[in-house]
Design a binder for this molecule. Structure first.
Ligand code: TUI
Length: 311
C-alpha cells in the first residue's frame, strides 16, 4: 500500500484544513513549502477568484498543494471544472457528497480526498474512486458531523481499504500519535494553523483562539441540521437562542457564513463567526507554519518510546 506521503508527494503525512475564507495562497504555499499538503479553500468564492489564488500559489511553491471545495457553495460546479483546467493535483471536499464530480476528476488524474463524518459516505466515496478519506470528528471547527474522532476513525479504518486521515482535535504531537494509534495513516489540522504566523486573518481572531479555554467553543445549528462549531461570543449565543425559537436552516447558514467574513477580515469580536475546534484551549503561541509542522512530527519517535502502556 502506498504511504500517505507518497500519495501526497509530501515530507509529512499532513493535510492543512480547508478553512473557508481563511486558507488562501499564502497559507497553502507556506504549508506546501514546509512539507505538508497545502490547500486553497474555495469556500464561496467564484471561479476567477479561486483561479487567481491558484496562480499565485503556483508562483509561491514547488511543493504539494490543492483546492478544498465546499460543496454547499453556489460555485461548486465551476470550481470542480476549474481544478481540472488549472491542472490541480489534489482536491479535498467538505460539507457534502462530491460523487457527481468523481469521474471527471479521476479521468483528469486528480487525487481526490473527501472529508467525511460517517462510514456510509466514506464507503460510497471509496466505491466512487476516492484515493483516501479524511475522517473528521466533531471536535473540529466549522461545519461538523455527529461522531468524535475517537469513535469515527477506527470504524472508518475497519470498513475501508483506502487510507484514512484523521481530523478534529489534533493540536500537537500527542494528537498525531493518538490518530496513528486509531489506525489513521495521516492527519489533517485546521485550528492549529489558525494561529500560524502566515495565516492571513485579523489579529483579533488569532487572539481569541490563543485565549480560548477548553470549554470556549459552542455548536450552533445542531437543531436545524447544520452544525457549526465556533468560539463562544454574543453572535453564537444569539444564533443558538434563535434556533431554539425555530429559525430555518437557510437563515442560520446566512447568519454564520456572512459573519465569518466579519471575524476573518474585520476581527469583529461580537458579530463575527470565529470558527475553531475544541483543541483551541491547548494553543498558546503564534509560530511559523514550518515550526508548527515540525512540532507535530519530530517528537513522535521519542514519544513512542516513552509511551507507558500498562497491561
Ligand atoms: O466542511 C467542513 N467544514 C466546514 S465547511 C464550512 S463553510 C460552511 N459554513 C456554514 C455552514 C455550512 C458550511 C465551514 N467548515 N468539514 C468537512 C465536513 N463535511 N464536516 C462534515 C461534513 C459532511 C457532513 C455531511 C459531509 C457530508 C455530509 O453528508 C453528505 C451526504 O450527502 O451524505
Amino acid at each position: 500500500m502506498t504511504s500517505v506521503c507518497e500519495l501526497l508527494n509530501t515530507t509529512y503525512p499532513l493535510i492543512q484544513g480547508g478553512m473557508a475564507q481563511i486558507a488562501d495562497h499564502r497559507l497553502a504555499s507556506a504549508v506546501a513549502n514546509a512539507g505538508g499538503l497545502g490547500l486553497i479553500a474555495a469556500s464561496i468564492d467564484d471561479k476567477e477568484t479561486v483561479r487567481e489564488k491558484i496562480r499565485k500559489c503556483k508562483e509561491m511553491t514547488q511543493g504539494s498543494f490543492g483546492v478544498n471545495i465546499m460543496l454547499k457553495s453556489p460555485h461548486a460546479d465551476e470550481i470542480a471544472d476549474l481544478v481540472i483546467e488549472e491542472n490541480i493535483k489534489f482536491v479535498t471536499t467538505g460539507a457534502g457528497n462530491p460523487g457527481k464530480y468523481m469521474n471527471a476528476w479521476k479521468q483528469a488524474g486528480v487525487i481526490v480526498i473527501p472529508v467525511v463524518a460517517s462510514v456510509g459516505l466514506a464507503q460510497r466515496m471509496e466505491a466512487a474512486g476516492a484515493d483516501a478519506v479524511i475522517g473528521e470528528g466533531q471536535e473540529a471547527g466549522g461545519h461538523i458531523g455527529e461522531l468524535t474522532t475517537m469513535t469515527l476513525i477506527p470504524q472508518l479504518v475497519d470498513q475501508l481499504s483506502i487510507p484514512v486521515i484523521a481530523a478534529g482535535g489534533i493540536g500537537d504531537y500527542r494528537g498525531v500519535l493518538a490518530a496513528f494509534a486509531l489506525g489513521a495513516k495521516g492527519v489533517q489540522v485546521g485550528t492549529l494553523f489558525l494561529i500560524a504566523e502566515e495565516t492571513p486573518i485579523h489579529m483579533n481572531y488569532k487572539n481569541r483562539v490563543l485565549q480560548a479555554r477548553d470549554i470556549d467553543t459552542i455548536v450552533t445549528g445542531r437543531i436545524s441540521g447544520q452544525a457549526v462549531r465556533v468560539l463562544k461570543n454574543s453572535l453564537a449565543r444569539e444564533v443558538v437562542l434563535r434556533e431554539k425559537k425555530g429559525l430555518s436552516q437557510e437563515e442560520l447558514e446566512e447568519l454564520t457564513l456572512g459573519s465569518l467574513k466579519l471575524a476573518v477580515i474585520d476581527g469583529d469580536i461580537d458579530k463575527g463567526s470565529f470558527m475553531a475546534g475544541q483543541i483551541a484551549g491547548l494553543l498558546h503561541e503564534i509560530r511559523p507554519v514550518k515550526a508548527i509542522i515540525e512540532s507535530l512530527f519530530l517528537p513522535l519517535e521519542d514519544a513512542i518510546k516513552k509511551l507507558h502502556i500498562q497491561s
